[in-house]
Design a protein around this ligand. Structure first.
Ligand code: SAM
Length: 256
């Protein structure tokens, strides 16, 4: 093979499929319109060529919290196409390269079906399965969480992300079944609290049966498991966001 034959041409930046649609942010414009447009945009974004549905601002906060909590494992509830699983894997791999966490990093991602996800991830990275486990299961079923537990290395610090149906029932079940994986000073992130603010969601599929995320978190925080967690709304630091709910497990305090 000659040098010329081995050159792989990069994708063309003008291909409309490769970048998310733009939004306007006129200085004299309305923040509500900008926020609505950003919500519409985020469902058309991608990472490493795979659909990823998160605001860049929220990804930055995830980076901070992965770093600060020294997460070695991310448990993701709601895989969709797998772009977020790839993104979390790459962040964890970078933390391992810094020597902050063991090399044995993992993303364990759960969805009702993973029929196409294996092929999509393999097309992006043929070695994805070394660090990403794609599990099929319903988060309403507690047995799914037992299967997840089998993939977590002994003693590994986990960060859990609930990004499934954004309904009361699934949010509450996710907190009940998966909060036990979060260590002291670690985080359980419930995504998309904005689904309960219809005025922000005018450019995405109407919530329909979904909604109830915020009240599910409030109810769970008031119960036996929730008392060990603290809601940290101050972590939506970048203003515009999906109104994620960043729940931190309180530090273990020892009596003198
Ligand atoms: C918003 S998408 C996930 C987006 C992805 N995490 C990302 O950032 O690109 C929600 C996913 O949750 C899945 N889902 C919905 N209800 C579920 C349930 N009860 N158990 C497991 N997964 C569920 C859906 O099939 C869908 O793929």
């Amino acid at each position: 093979m000659t040098d010329q034959e081995s050159v792989v041409l990069p994708p063309h930046v003008d291909d409309p499929e490769l970048l998310p649609p733009g939004v306007e942010a006129p200085a004299e414009g309305s923040l509500l319109t900008y926020w609505q447009d950003r919500v519409g945009q985020h469902v058309h974004d991608s990472y490493a060529g795979v659909r990823l549905m998160k605001f860049p601002e929220d990804l930055r906060m995830f980076e901070h919290l992965l770093w600060l909590s020294r997460a070695q494992v991310v448990v993701e509830l709601g895989t969709h196409s797998g772009g977020s699983a790839l993104w979390f894997r790459d962040r964890l791999r970078t933390m391992a390269a810094y020597g902050l966490v063991p090399q044995d990093i993992r993303v364990i991602s759960v969805d009702l079906s993973q029929k196409n996800t294996h092929d999509v991830l393999a097309a992006a990275d043929s070695r994805y399965a070394e660090h990403i486990a794609l599990l099929e299961g319903d988060i309403l079923d507690q047995d799914t969480s037992f299967e997840v537990a089998e993939h977590i290395p002994q003693g590994a610090r986990c960060l859990v992300v609930e990004d499934s149906r954004h309904a009361y029932e699934t949010t509450h079940a996710a907190l009940r079944h998966y909060s036990r994986f979060v260590p002291a000073d670690g985080f359980f992130v419930v995504e998309d609290g904005l689904i309960d603010s219809p005025e922000l969601c005018v450019h995405i599929r109407p919530p329909g049966e979904t909604g109830g995320v915020v009240s599910a978190v409030r109810d769970w925080l008031a119960g036996d498991q929730g008392q060990f967690f603290q809601d940290r709304p101050d972590l939506n630091r970048y203003g515009i966001s999906c109104r994620n709910m960043w729940l931190r497990r309180k530090s273990v305090t020892t009596s003198e």
